[in-house]
Design a protein. Structure first.
Length: 386
């Protein structure tokens, strides 16, 4: 009875929130840890004729975290840059901007480097280049899971967000298995067998599949590689007039028949729908490659309105997979009880800030408000539990 009366009294103090962790920038500053080595692997020189002429290099990444964050079990977004597998790095404009924006929303963001090396006149080289990138992304995920406590990372919630070549890597990592390796990856002559997907970079033994994928103008080498066993939620963005990576199917760069034939976002979308795998496709009629305002990841006149649109759509998509705890477990102790209810009341009375409340766990009905309706729902949940 006392709780019901308190609920009615507090109705007057309902508080509307416009900022939500993982959707909005709730942190002002970002802490960047640069050049974190996640593995070591054989790489090709910038100019090469044969694929046996390799040398070992350290593989590194930059880690972006929200400054002053008190959560210790945060989801991760790994950003994978563009560059057609022969150029690019993890400090190009778009992946840096995305990493900062993600960390300000409460994510741990990772901008990774991966091995480059592509002969644009060789399908054999193209298949091996993509596969090396997939191995490197696998190594990043396994590294992060090995050291998840050191970085305050949620072991289960690791996402991949790729652009162009980076999207190739993310899609292939999500949907291909070792028994679907292209023949080129086994080598020939003096060229080495590249090994299994999880066999390079480091020896950490963890699952390497991402929780979800964001793909900006990407493609995959074979639609049949997408099977029901790999039901990774995927959101895709692609211009219908993309002449670099086909929206439907074709050769990269349109006329480069020497590279592998690939299947773009539209056909990936259809295949995922056939298998009832959660996905979204945003097809922009008449737009070209990297239509958010970049060329090979560098701003060409600065980000445009599509950059913000893609960010908002992607964060909304990932939001449903970003909860590391049960909604209602506001104090993150593994239980939903009266102590969580009291935190809601403290917030309504103005004794707690949104960050102190863990707003995204207190908004029980997911309507962007924390008020007595959430308290009322939580009361019923507690009564049912007890």
């Amino acid at each position: 009875m006392i709780l019901r009366i308190l609920t009615l009294i507090l109705f007057v103090f309902s508080y509307s929130m416009s900022q939500t962790r993982y959707l909005d920038e709730i942190f002002d500053e970002v802490t960047i840890t640069e050049d974190v080595v996640y593995g070591n692997a054989p790489d090709l020189p910038f100019i090469f004729l044969f694929e046996w002429n390799t040398y070992d290099i350290d593989l590194d990444m930059d880690i972006y975290e929200p400054t002053g964050d008190t959560l210790t079990n945060r989801p991760v977004i790994i950003f994978i840059h563009s560059g057609a597998f022969f150029s690019g790095h993890n400090e190009v404009d778009d992946v840096v901007a995305l990493s900062i924006a993600s960390a300000k929303r409460g994510y741990v963001a990772v901008s990774m480097n991966y091995r480059l090396g592509l002969n644009i006149f060789s399908s054999y080289s193209g298949e091996r280049a993509v596969y090396r990138g997939v191995q490197d992304a696998s190594a990043v995920i396994r590294y992060l899971r090995e050291f998840h406590q050191d970085y305050g990372i949620d072991y289960e919630n690791i996402f991949v967000w790729g652009t162009s070549a980076g999207s190739f890597i993310g899609l292939h990592l999500a949907f291909t298995e070792d028994d679907e390796r292209p023949e080129a990856t086994y080598g020939g002559g003096d060229d080495p067998d590249l090994g299994c997907i999880d066999c390079e970079g480091n020896n950490f033994d963890h699952e390497s599949k991402p929780k979800a994928v964001v793909s900006c103008w990407g493609a995959i080498g074979d639609l049949d590689w997408i099977g029901p066993e790999n039901d990774t939620p995927t959101i895709m963005f692609h211009g219908t007039s993309d002449a670099v990576i086909p929206f439907d199917s074709g050769y990269p760069f349109t006329i480069d028949v020497f590279l592998p034939f690939v299947y773009g976002s539209n056909l990936i979308h259809n295949r995922l729908n056939e298998l009832n795998i959660v996905n979204e496709l945003y097809a922009e009629e008449g737009l070209l490659h990297e239509y958010w305002g970049t060329s090979n990841g560098s701003w060409a006149g600065g980000p445009n309105e599509y950059f913000d649109q893609i960010m908002n759509d992607s964060y909304s998509f990932l939001y449903r997979y970003s909860y590391p705890y049960l909604v209602g477990d506001i104090n993150i102790d593994g239980r939903i009880d009266i102590t969580d209810l009291l935190l809601i009341y403290d917030f309504i009375f103005g004794n707690l800030t949104p960050n102190e409340l863990q707003f995204f766990l207190a908004d029980y009905d997911s309507n962007g408000l924390v008020n007595t309706l959430d308290a009322s729902i939580l009361i019923n949940v507690i009564l049912d539990i007890n």
